[in-house]
Write a protein that binds this ligand. Structure first.
Ligand SMILES: Cc1cc2nc3c(=O)[nH]c(=O)nc-3n(C[C@H](O)[C@H](O)[C@H](O)COP(=O)(O)OP(=O)(O)OC[C@H]3O[C@@H](n4cnc5c(N)ncnc54)[C@H](O)[C@@H]3O)c2cc1C
Length: 456
């Protein structure tokens, strides 16, 4: 006999959505978080979310309307700004409308939804270790504040512990689940939230992303207003060899360039964070075990947004787990459909953008300034790429003439190569194996595409 149908470790947006989906379908769910109940949802984040994620989630699992007080400010577009800061591209349209969130209220609302649907929420409880029976996951050990460690058993355990992937890293060596993530597949970031009584943000509905390959290599600085006199400002960099500490960047480059221009500021919050920025984990299931959210690397590799995709992952994981429980079979084969379902809705685009991330890493400030100045890439092209994971702008004759005309032939060749690899990887994801048997052969083909992407 098991204590629960499913135990979800971590009550962030990913874990809470999984728990909500399962509880709503009548399963017994324990949702554990180490934070106090009132602090679940407090997290270092840019606090920005595209509305389309909420619409998709509503279609999948029927969440109610977001309460108004969760939204700090309505977002109507994103400006991408070149390193010279003289040129910008505005991405505006249905896919860039969204919101600047009150992150804590948003997290509280999602946990509340799971609780009202019937999930048991256990806060102030640290998950320590996976339990195994006959070599298969059978529950976990956790310690509630002030109490001794206890064992909790379940048919399925979901790791939704965020970027640490605490339980994923405890899977046995024989598991097909990758336990470790390469350093280069992570972003480290620093962010502050300020009130700016002396400074008015003129267009608080537009988020700003500043590119600068010298200061924030493989990442960017963001200035996300949350109203006329409030801002979430931060920077993130890829953790490649020799990368700089984002806190140092924040209080040097970002301070000099932006913060100092805002006059007196009141610090509301200040902290660092980590996010995975790669394709999803190649299999997000094993026997009686699933991964959701940052623990499954369900983050957009180019902009680092992962709230929406963690909820999408949670919904697909919850639906698949529910079907498996109804079949009385929670083996890897029975949970497997979660992989292709997630890939179809987001994972294959994520993989294509992961390839694009490697290309962006090796683009110079001069290349970016040039592309902005000559308008060889339009905002709509970039928006298209970020939404679909396809690069179309390298193929047009006009693009070729322009780039060749300015003597940027190597850049042109690289854009064509990256577009081809992005298309290859999407084709490979469309052939994701329909059972665990095909995974090794599929991963061999995947590795070839990645090897090529890293040297473009
Ligand atoms: C600096 C920064 C800026 C970002 N900006 C944005 C943005 O603007 N928009 C966007 O969409 N995404 C953004 N992201 C990414 C986004 O925050 C994450 O992708 C998303 O929160 C992932 O949700 P999750 O549920 O997987 O993990 P989390 O939200 O991290 O939740 C994990 C939960 O697990 C709990 N937990 C961890 N370990 C244990 C344990 N041992 N025992 C019990 N509980 C445990 C934690 O307390 C936490 O509540 C940003 C990330 C960073 C680092």
């Amino acid at each position: 006999m098991f204590d629960y149908d499913v135990i979800v470790a971590g009550a962030g947006t990913g874990g809470a959505t999984t728990a909500y989906t399962l509880a709503k379908r009548g399963h017994t769910v324990l949702l554990i978080d180490r934070k106090e109940r009132d602090s679940i949802g407090k997290k270092t984040c840019g606090d920005a979310l595209g509305s389309h994620h909420i619409h998709e989630l509503r279609e999948l699992v029927g969440i109610p309307e977001l309460p108004k007080d969760i939204v700090e400010y309505q977002v109507n577009g994103i400006d991408l700004i070149a390193p010279d800061r003289n040129h910008r591209m505005r991405m505006a349209g249905p896919t860039t409308t969204g919101m600047s969130l009150n992150r804590l209220k948003m997290g509280q609302w999602f946990v509340g939804l799971a609780e009202s649907a019937g999930a048991e929420v256990m806060s102030c409880t640290r998950v320590n270790k996976l339990l195994f029976k006959g070599g298969k996951v059978s529950g976990l050990k956790a310690t509630r504040e002030g109490e001794s460690e206890k064992e909790f058993t379940s048919h399925i355990v979901v790791d939704a512990t965020g970027a640490s992937g605490l339980l994923r890293r405890q899977m046995p060596e024989s598991s097909p689940v990758e336990r470790e993530i390469a350093n280069e597949d992570r972003m480290v970031a620093w962010r502050d939230i300020y009130e700016t009584p002396d400074f008015d943000f003129e267009t608080p509905d537009i988020l700003e992303i500043f590119w600068n390959q010298q200061e924030t290599r493989g990442g960017y600085t963001w200035v996300f207003p949350q109203g006329r006199n409030r801002v979430n400002v931060g920077n993130g960099v890829m953790t490649i060899d020799g990368h700089r500490n984002p806190k140092d960047i924040q209080y040097d480059f970002v301070k000099k360039t932006w913060i100092d221009t805002w006059g007196e500021i009141k610090v509301l919050d200040s902290s660092g964070g980590i996010a995975p920025i790669r394709r999803p984990i190649d299999t997000m299931v094993d026997d009686n075990f699933m991964l959701v959210g940052d623990a499954a690397c369900q983050v957009n590799p180019v902009h680092g947004g992962g709230i929406g995709s963690s909820m999408l992952g949670g919904a697909h994981a919850g639906i698949t787990a529910s079907e498996a429980l109804e079949r009385n079979d929670t083996s890897i084969g029975s949970l497997w459909p979660y992989n292709p379902r997630y890939h179809k809705s987001y994972g294959s685009k994520q993989a294509a953008l992961d390839i694009f991330r490697w290309f962006l890493l090796n683009v110079t400030n001069e290349d970016i300034d040039f592309a902005f100045k000559k308008q060889i890439i339009k905002a709509s092209d970039l928006l298209d790429t970020s939404m679909t994971g396809e690069v179309k702008f390298g193929a047009g004759e006009k693009f070729k003439r322009l780039v060749a005309g300015f003597g940027k032939v190597p850049l042109l060749l690289r854009v064509s190569k990256v577009a081809k690899l992005m298309s290859d990887i999407r084709a490979l994801y469309a052939q994701y194996p329909d059972s665990p048997k095909g995974l090794s052969a599929w991963k061999e083909r995947l590795a070839l595409i990645y090897d090529a992407a890293k040297v473009i």
